[in-house]
Design a binder for this molecule. Structure first.
Ligand SMILES: [Cu+2]
Length: 136
């Protein structure tokens, strides 16, 4: 149990550092390359324009991060979260409007946003994993 927490904390760190580095503008040359490599690894061999048109309201959970961390959608849209990590994650709303079960690797969770607003989302297992969904 305790070992697990330590491992999780260690795994969580690099992602947080990357975000910090990107936000501050440090190692600008390295960070995009790494992110691009991750994106390419996720994507099947399709043309870029095809990839863009598919699942605009999709959130990927990978490397203990929600990607994108900020998503803007239209009222009535359904967001699909997919966990690509080998570690389970959950999708929980701060205000208690929705809460997924633990998502194992490649599991998905969907929620339809019927009201405009700003929805804070976090992982119930790793509360430092956060994202914001704006519904317009
Ligand atoms: Cu998590």
């Amino acid at each position: 149990m305790q070992t697990n927490s330590v491992v999780r904390a260690l795994l969580t760190l690099p992602g947080g550092l990357v975000i910090f580095a990107a936000a501050v503008g440090l190692s600008a040359a390295q960070t995009p390359a790494r992110e691009q490599a991750q994106v390419q690894a996720q994507m099947p061999m399709h043309a870029p324009e095809h990839a863009q048109s598919q699942a605009p309201n999709a959130v990927v959970i990978k490397n203990f991060m929600f990607t994108p961390m900020a998503l803007t959608i239209k009222v009535g849209s359904t967001v699909t979260w997919k966990n690509l990590d080998g570690e389970p994650h959950t999708v929980v709303n701060d205000a208690g409007m929705f809460r997924s079960a633990a998502l194992d690797q490649n599991d998905t969770y969907q929620f339809k946003f019927d009201k405009p607003g700003v929805y804070k989302v976090f992982c119930g297992i790793h509360p430092n994993m956060r994202e914001t969904i704006t519904v317009q």
